[in-house]
Write a protein that binds this ligand. Structure first.
Ligand code: ADP
Ligand code: MG
Ligand code: MG
Length: 886
């Protein structure tokens, strides 16, 4: 079989399309040679050899030897040298190169082929002793470290000691004889460490290096890296053997790295550095301060070392032409390595460069505008999940940081504020214009108003899907959860972290993107909606089929969702409207009322508040569709539980504490998530639905008049499993609609649909949607659907998920990324059965999954009409939806 592929020789066997066989580095070296660029000749030993090597129990195939020998001869002929020749030695580099760039693999060995005799040949040929010995000592050091396993610290110590003894600072101060002395010390140290001398046989050196590259594919570091990045074990690596060129041949030689555009800003400018008289990775190793490639960059950095542009304009122009050629060929920003040997340019590597999000956006948009790529490609080039970074304030990376402890990065963004321990205090502070961080052991629905008022939330307990985390993400509040080192004494209003004692009012900073809790006020960067971001999002909107709506409960959320480009509101949870201080009392009154009459009296007080909320919401959304969900949580969530609060609430309600306590006891459930909630409450107390429907309709009429844009509310009934439930409540809503129509002399346009959040609902979707009177739309509530399909509590499931992840049962948190094969099948069944009876049934999804890339791909494929996510996930969802469609 063929194992070896030439490049830059009389012929080049590979090209950029052959990454699987040749690895990324090898394929791109071949491509550069094909483009006619100056590439030192070499050959790639293919990834097939890696596979064969492991199949044979770490043995290289015998037929590889003649192929390598022949290729070496060819290269030698071209550069006019011979491998192992004492008079005119060919030197090579041995470079690993997997399909995907993979740190953790064997490093590159340079100057291979040098020994005590060939180095003298190099001395004679180059006429430069210092250069020859410098090259040799570099080789010994790299080879010993990488192939022989001698710790590189040994060599650093020898060199340091030598420099200290001779009062030297820089490597460049060492003379040829100095290096010769160092070489002897290196060799002695190696013989000492491995009990045999440094290999003088150049063939042994080469095969040792090749085997070491293949062997490094299975070293612990490489395996871990593959595991973390999902790179399959059976890909294997290739090995590149390439004639050396020397950047360390004196003042007319240099080595450098460059990006064809600025990788941190994306600006179309050459961004790079070089070092005169240096080799390989000296530039990145920080041995000396490198010089800038362009004059502009030199001036900006205020450096007094000349740029390449000023130093050798001809060479610079040649380099620029090469960069242009590479960008045009690869149609992407390139990360390039080059070397100048005695005034001649050599290209050593090119690949698509890593970049910041800001740069990714700018490069994608500008390349599309330049006509280099299509808009579709531009949309595909940006990682949707990364957009999250743009939508929240972040900690200024240059600021000083004093990390107190770490928790989970539960909701991205950073926040600074004074510590408060109670939701009420957060609200009070907010009213005074003070930013606060709400610090709780954990949060509950009663804390929502405080969470809303806080700049950030910090909890000692709870995972990534805890109440605090989910609500915070929904609100776009930064949150660090599960910071177990926090010792909170809410009564004393103190917080202890290790030996640090903090009081209410002390300032802390939290970083919800990393989970860090920091002392004091750390500098922030505000999110920017830059022009390129907006442009790319508008292109994404052209390509996506899936609608993207927002989960928005308040006019503020609605405004935010319009800024982030929502097509409408897919979920307005009405209960959140009741947690504000002045409203919860009316709600509690309703819950504690003796009879229907009492309930109605309380509901009458709630009606105008609710109507007002809806009116604002409708106005903000100006005619865009809005789905409003009827009251969902169990009633006890609205009642106080702690003793002190019971007293004050009883007083406010003008009932006895005993009576209130009795009501709390009566409503408390062992398993509230499967309890008296959703439409079950409304079936029991239809007057609640009457009030909510009236509020919706009256608000729709008022807002429609004000804005001139007719409002078509979509009323959604939660937790339905039987058609009969749906019918009972739909009748109530229609009855109210008729009343309102009569009162106002108008005709209302509205739809009644259901949330699909229990398996039975998905299974009976056809029954529930059938006929004129059946559900007009579905919205999959995938949080509850996951919880009930898996029988796994979202609130208590953390430890189980952890166990299952480490046992290899689960790969992903099913509350974050949808369980495609299980819960996903319920979504498919519900969609298919619903549309069987009602082909135009509108179907959306409104769980946490609506903001997750992988889940969005699934929802697109399942044929849903829209996803509805938190306002702060909208740009991510818009881009992911476009990428799913392309
Ligand atoms: P990495 O993947 O870590 O970048 P490389 O194989 O690219 O490793 O090599 C490391 C350094 O050695 C780079 O600076 C590269 O340009 C340089 N290098 C590799 N091969 C040669 C060669 N044949 N001649 C001169 N320099 C080389
Ligand atoms: Mg490297
Ligand atoms: Mg490289």
């Amino acid at each position: 079989p063929r194992w070896v592929y030439l490049f830059g020789a009389d012929r080049t066997d590979g090209d950029a399309g052959m990454k699987t066989l040749l690895g990324g580095k090898g394929a791109n070296l071949a491509e550069m040679a094909n483009l006619g660029l100056p590439v030192p000749p070499g050959f790639t030993i293919s990834t097939d050899v890696c596979t064969a090597y492991y199949e044979a129990g770490r043995k290289l195939p015998e037929s590889l030897t003649p192929q390598v020998d022949e290729a070496l001869e060819t290269i030698g002929r071209i550069v006019g040298a011979k491998f192992g020749d004492t008079d005119n030695p060919l030197l090579v580099s041995v470079r690993s190169g997997a399909r995907a760039s993979m740190p953790g693999m064997m490093d590159t060995i340079l100057n291979l082929g040098l020994n005590d005799e060939t180095v003298e040949g190099l001395v004679r040929r180059s006429g430069d002793r210092r250069f020859a010995y410098d090259s040799y000592r570099r080789f010994i050091q790299m080879y010993a470290d990488i192939v022989l396993g001698v710790d590189h610290g040994v060599f650093e110590d020898i060199l340091e000691t030598f420099k200290n003894l001779n009062s030297m600072q820089l490597d460049t101060e060492l003379t040829a004889d100095d290096w010769l002395e160092i070489i002897e010390s290196y060799k002695a140290a190696i013989a000492d460490a491995i009990d045999r001398p440094f290999p003088q046989d150049t063939g042994e050196q080469l095969w040792g290096a090749i085997s070491a590259v293949f062997g490094s594919w299975q070293n612990a570091r490489a395996k871990t890296y593959r595991f973390l990045h999902g790179i399959p074990d059976d890909w294997g690596t290739a090995v590149n053997v390439q004639a050396m060129v020397f950047g360390n041949m004196g003042e007319t030689s240099a080595t450098g790295v460059a990006f064809t555009r600025n990788p941190s800003t994306g600006v179309k400018e050459i961004f790079g550095e070089f070092l005169v008289n240096a080799q390989g990775e000296d530039v990145v190793a920080g041995i000396r301060t490198p010089q800038h490639l362009t004059e502009a960059a030199r001036i900006e950095a205020g450096s007094n070392q000349p740029s390449l542009e000023a130093l050798t304009p001809g060479m610079f122009a040649e380099l620029v032409a090469v960069f242009d050629k590479l960008e045009t060929r690869y149609r992407d920003m390139q990360d390039i390595e080059f070397t100048i040997q005695d005034g001649k340019l050599w290209m050593l590597q090119t690949r698509s460069g890593k970049r910041t999000l800001e740069a990714a956006l700018r490069i994608a948009v500008e390349m599309a505008e330049e006509g280099l790529i299509s808009r579709e490609e531009a949309v595909m080039r940006v990682n949707a999940a990364d957009l999250d970074q743009l939508l929240h304030p972040t900690i200024d990376p240059d600021s000083e940081k004093n990390v107190l402890t770490n928790g989970l990065p539960a909701s991205p963004g950073a926040a600074v504020g004074e510590i408060v321990f109670h939701a009420e205090d957060a609200e009070a502070a907010k009213a005074k214009g003070i930013d606060v961080i709400l610090v709780r052991v954990e949060t509950s629905p009663e804390d929502i108003h405080g969470m809303h008022a806080a700049a950030g939330i910090l909890t000692a307990r709870g995972g990534m899907t805890s109440h605090a985390a989910v609500v915070a993400r929904g609100m776009g509040r930064p949150c660090v959860s599960g910071a177990s080192a926090l010792q909170i004494d809410a009564r004393a209003r103190t917080l202890k972290i290790g030996s640090t004692l903090l009081k209410e009012g002390d300032v802390i900073t939290i970083d919800g993107s990393t989970g860090q809790v920091l002392h004091g006020r750390v500098k922030m960067r505000q999110p920017e909606m830059s022009g390129n971001f907006g442009t790319l999002m508008s292109w994404a909107d052209e390509f996506r089929r899936l609608g993207v709506r927002a989960n928005a409960d308040t006019p503020r959320d609605a405004e935010q969702s319009r800024i982030f480009g929502a097509d409408g509101i897919g979920l307005c949870r009405t209960e959140h409207m009741f947690f504000e201080a002045d409203r919860i009392l009316a709600m509690r009154e309703m819950i504690c009322a003796e009879d229907e009459e009492g309930r109605r009296a309380a509901l009458d007080r709630i009606l105008p508040m609710q109507r007002g909320d809806f009116e604002q919401l409708f106005e903000t959304m100006a005619g865009l569709p809005i789905t409003i969900r009827l009251l969902d949580p169990p009633l006890h969530e609205f009642l106080p539980h702690e003793g002190s609060e019971l007293t004050s609430v009883a007083e406010a309600l003008d009932i006895s504490v005993e009576k209130l306590r009795a009501r709390v006891r009566e409503l408390s459930e062992f398993n509230p998530m499967l309890g008296f909630r959703g439409c079950r409450i409304a079936i029991r107390y239809p007057e609640i639905t009457e009030m909510q429907a009236r509020a919706v309709f009256e608000a729709a009429i008022a807002a429609g008049k004000k804005t001139g844009a007719p409002v078509k509310p979509e009323i959604m009934i939660p937790l339905v499993i039987y058609r009969r439930e749906f019918d009972i409540l739909a009748d109530v809503i229609r009855g109210i609609a008729r009343e309102v129509e009569a009162e106002h002399g108008v005709s209302l346009d509205y739809e009644i649909g259901t949330m699909v959040e229990l398996p039975r609902c998905a299974l009976k979707a056809d029954e529930i949607a059938a006929g004129e009177e059946g559900a007009a739309f579905f919205s999959f509530g995938t949080n509850d659907l996951t919880q009930t399909c898996l029988g796994l509590s979202r609130d208590d499931g953390g430890p189980i998920l952890q166990t299952y992840t480490s046992a290899g049962i689960l790969e992903m948190d099913p509350f974050v990324s949808i369980d495609v094969s299980g819960v996903g099948e319920l979504v498919q069944i519900g969609t298919e059965r619903g549309r069987r009876v009602k082909p135009d049934l509108k179907i959306g999804i409104c769980g946490e999954h609506a903001g997750d890339e992988a889940s969005i791909r699934f929802f697109h494929e399942a044929g849903l009409d829209y996803v509805s996510c938190s306002p702060y996930r909208l740009p991510v969802a818009r881009l992911a939806a476009a990428q799913a469609a392309l």
